[in-house]
Design a protein around this ligand. Structure first.
Ligand SMILES: [Zn+2]
Length: 75
């Protein structure tokens, strides 16, 4: 099977537990803000949490973003 649906699925990743790189990067700043605010980002975005655990690239982006937000908050 191919076509737009299949392409979308491949780009966005499987519709299951793993959000995939595309969606993870889309919500990553929100995710990090929740995390730093002491809220459970993993409960709000379980698929993103799963992806971050599985994808070193996105994990690095997350770490960088955490640094960035921390620096910004230190003013
Ligand atoms: Zn990724």
């Amino acid at each position: 099977m191919s076509g737009p649906q299949e392409l979308l699925r491949r780009v966005l990743g499987p519709a299951g537990d793993d959000a995939g790189c595309e969606r993870t990067l889309e919500v990553l700043d929100e995710y990090v803000e929740h995390e730093l605010a002491g809220r459970s980002a993993a409960a709000l975005y379980p698929d993103v949490a799963t992806h971050l655990a599985a994808c070193p690239d996105c994990g690095q982006d997350r770490d960088a973003l955490v640094e960035l937000v921390r620096l910004r908050e230190m003013g």
